[in-house]
Design a protein around this ligand. Structure first.
Ligand code: NAI
Length: 338
């Protein structure tokens, strides 16, 4: 079988070659998009990461495709309905280690609560003064967790280690976990009103698009902190900037950003007048990121050695299971709304 891997880093190749040695593998470092579709048209099995945009239009150019394996948990970069229509099985990596993203969530929380980012920049300038660097304790504070799936629950486990109070909101509450871990489900409104720190762990879909917006932000406690390691589109960037300006939000920790892929293609955008809307998003992103009470990491919450190894192992398992006629970790259409 000929298998194509997109968005592959050098160190991943030997592992994949070793695990799939009876197959012919081709590696591409670029994402699979309309521009690179030609590279994939001969393959019935293709693996991608999140910067490959698998649209209806792109699928028309891939007539041989039978299995699409994304090396991620989120699959909002793939038009699942269109894949279904073309008879393409889509698999993801549902559990590569919820601890990895949860630990990064706390890296962002602690950076904000103890001004780590500001201190670091200051000491680089040989300035060891402490004015303006007073932080706050996590112990006794209320953490609001929106989305209590794999990652959200692990965030709660860690929060309990910090002696935080935890409130949660999920469209499918896990009452057993609430009992065992000692947290309480409330309405989203209650969570926003009562939490000192709010952290987002929902998938991105049409129901969660701009879940945090001008209206929901108004419900938040003045001086609250917002953390987003889910997907950029869950938060309205403009509303976020306004909330920071007005002081409703005292700090923001982001691993994801609405239009984050635009930053990578920034220069190209400048020369294309058709991209005014994208440019506007880009400007908003820069306004947001230039603030000293915003900590941003470039979508690396998943990016630990251990997690990457688990992602590759599950990807290989997904491919083998499909070739044996028993697909595993398949993504189904209605999952996008949950
Ligand atoms: P999961 O599927 O285990 O949990 C998602 C939870 O969100 C579920 O409990 C679901 O019921 C809940 N949910 C769905 N829609 C909701 C809504 N409208 N309101 C409230 N709750 C809702 O997913 P997991 O593994 O916890 O991951 C969550 C998200 O984190 C992924 O979908 C992905 O987008 C993002 N992620 C980000 C990474 C990064 O590197 N920054 C890495 C891995 C995942």
């Amino acid at each position: 079988m000929r298998i194509a891997f997109f968005e592959i880093k050098g160190w991943e190749k030997p592992f994949l070659r070793r695990m799939l040695k009876e197959h012919e593998l081709e590696f591409f470092k670029e994402p699979l998009t309309l521009d690179t579709a030609n590279l994939a048209k001969q393959y019935s099995v293709v693996s991608v990461f999140i910067y490959s945009k698998i649209t209806r239009e792109l699928l028309k150019k891939l007539p041989k495709l039978k299995l699409l394996v994304t090396r991620s948990t989120g699959f909002d970069h793939i038009d699942i309905n269109a894949c279904k229509k073309h008879g393409i099985v889509v698999c993801n990596v549902p559990y590569y280690g919820e601890n990895t993203v949860a630990e990064h969530t706390f890296a962002l929380i602690l950076s904000i609560s103890r001004n780590i980012h500001k201190s670091y920049l200051r000491t680089l300038r040989n300035d060891f003064s402490i004015e303006g660097l007073k932080g706050f304790d996590l112990m006794g504070k209320t953490l609001g967790v929106i989305g209590t799936g794999h990652i959200g629950l692990h965030v709660i486990r860690i929060a309990k280690g910090f002696s935080m109070r935890v409130l949660a909101y999920d469209i499918h509450p896990n009452t057993v976990a609430a009992e065992v871990l000692g947290f309480r489900y409330v309405s989203m409104e209650q969570l926003l009103k009562k939490s000192d720190i709010i952290t987002l762990h929902v998938p991105y879909n049409k129901h969660t698009h701009h879940l945090i917006n001008k209206h929901t932000i108004k419900l938040m406690k003045r001086g609250a902190i917002l953390i987003n390691t889910s997907r950029g589109g869950v938060v309205d960037t403009e509303a976020l900037i306004e909330a920071l300006d007005s002081g409703i939000l005292a700090g923001v920790g982001l691993d994801v950003l609405e239009g984050e892929d635009l930053i990578k293609e920034e220069k190209q955008l400048l020369y294309d007048k058709a991209n005014l809307e994208k440019l506007a998003q880009l400007v908003k992103d820069h306004i947001l990121l230039s603030r000293d009470n915003v900590v941003f990491t470039p979508h690396i919450a998943f990016y630990s050695q251990e997690a990457l190894e688990r992602i590759l192992a599950t990807t290989v398992q997904n491919i083998i299971a499909f070739l044996r006629g028993k697909p595993e970790n398949t993504v189904v259409v209605n999952q996008q709304s949950s």
